[in-house]
Design a protein around this ligand. Structure first.
Ligand code: ZN
Length: 81
């Protein structure tokens, strides 16, 4: 399967911080995001591509949970500071 392409842009005008294009398997992330918010948003948009039929609430909750854990453990293991 085609790998998911990630692009960084200033997305404020659309009032979103991330966008997912399912058919293209392409994600846009607001370039100003950092830390846990960046990781959570990246996971959120990947989940949309992988689970196109999931509603926004399911994606939101699962991505928040996963993002918090991933960020916490990356810091704990010294992968990020
Ligand atoms: Zn979403």
């Amino acid at each position: 399967m085609k790998s998911i392409k990630v692009e960084y842009k200033k997305l404020g005008r659309q009032r979103v911080i991330g966008l997912a294009y399912g058919k293209e398997r392409r994600i846009e992330i607001d370039e100003r995001l950092t830390g846990e918010k960046f990781i959570t948003t990246l996971i959120h948009e990947i989940m949309h591509i992988q689970n196109w039929h999931w509603d926004e609430f399911k994606v939101y909750d699962d991505a928040e949970e996963m993002g918090k854990i991933v960020y916490r453990e990356l810091i704990k293991k010294g992968v990020i500071k």
